[in-house]
Design a protein around this ligand. Structure first.
Ligand code: 5GP
Ligand code: ZN
Length: 135
């Protein structure tokens, strides 16, 4: 259930201090120590799993539900204008802590955060070829 070398398992167990804002049977949510915006928090499954692909689907579903609750609170209680919910899978995607987590990043009009990519039209053939592999 817990990985002794995992930072977020340490937070789940209460061994590592964190500002916990939500807990249920399967998930825990706590404030990010380096927030992108006011209210940035992280949702984790209590059972260790490295990332969204490695995790039990029910743990992913439980984390999604908790992220939904916290995004709703960001809008309703912090006055956020929107919220970004994101999970990075593996180092290539930017993951730095290898215990599944969803970032819930409240977004405020004019907060200056940008997408990690610049949207521009793709090659239709490449899009179709990738789609064939994903179906
Ligand atoms: P990742 O880059 O893996 O998607 O996100 C890891 C997140 O964990 C980062 O946003 C980082 O600020 C946060 N973080 C790293 N160490 C700690 C910690 O000890 N406590 C808390 N609360 N957040 C942490
Ligand atoms: Zn862990």
């Amino acid at each position: 259930m817990h990985d002794p070398d995992c930072l977020f398992c340490g937070i789940v167990k209460g061994d590592v201090p964190a500002t916990v804002i939500y807990e249920d049977e399967r998930t825990l949510a706590f404030m990010d120590i380096s927030p992108a915006t006011r209210g940035h928090c992280l949702v984790v499954p209590k059972a260790h799993a490295a990332d969204i692909v490695a995790a039990d689907p029910e743990a992913v579903a439980a984390c999604s539900r908790t992220a939904q609750i916290l995004a709703d609170r960001a809008l309703g209680r912090l006055g956020a204008d929107g919220a970004a919910v994101v999970s990075f899978c593996r180092a290539a995607a930017g993951q730095t802590v290898f215990h599944l987590h969803f970032h819930v990043v409240p977004r405020y009009d004019g907060d200056g955060l940008e997408l990690p990519w610049i949207p521009q039209p793709g090659d239709p053939g490449d899009i179709a070829a990738a789609a064939k592999e994903l179906i």
